[in-house]
Design a protein around this ligand. Structure first.
Ligand SMILES: [Zn+2]
Ligand SMILES: [Zn+2]
Length: 104
């Protein structure tokens, strides 16, 4: 589970988008929209999986600072315009826009 930094309760994943990595050593980048049902805080999360030559993969999960709820809702609404959020090969405008933006 992903813990809320403010209240230590579990964060709810409300949306996610899988992006084409911009650097060759990244295997996978997923941006998540996270919300604390307990204290009402909003965050972006970035899940990055590194591909190695070895058998096991490393990953890191970064959480953004607290996001203004209006801004968080606005970007989550944008996400709905993408037909395939979990397909990093999707070439829609939303994918192009988020690919250039670093959340965490
Ligand atoms: Zn919280
Ligand atoms: Zn898309």
């Amino acid at each position: 589970m992903i813990e809320c930094p403010k209240c230590q309760k579990e964060l709810t994943i409300c949306g996610s988008i899988n992006l084409m990595p911009s650097e060759s050593h990244y295997h996978e980048i997923t941006v998540q929209w996270l919300k604390s049902e307990h204290c009402g805080s909003h965050f972006y999360g970035e899940y990055i999986e590194y591909a190695h030559m070895s058998w096991d993969n490393d990953f890191i999960h970064q959480l953004s600072d607290e996001v203004d709820s209006k801004e968080w809702t606005r970007t989550l609404e944008l996400l709905k315009e993408c037909p395939n959020p979990n397909d990093r090969h999707c070439t829609c405008d939303i994918h192009k826009r988020f690919a250039r933006y670093r959340f965490a």
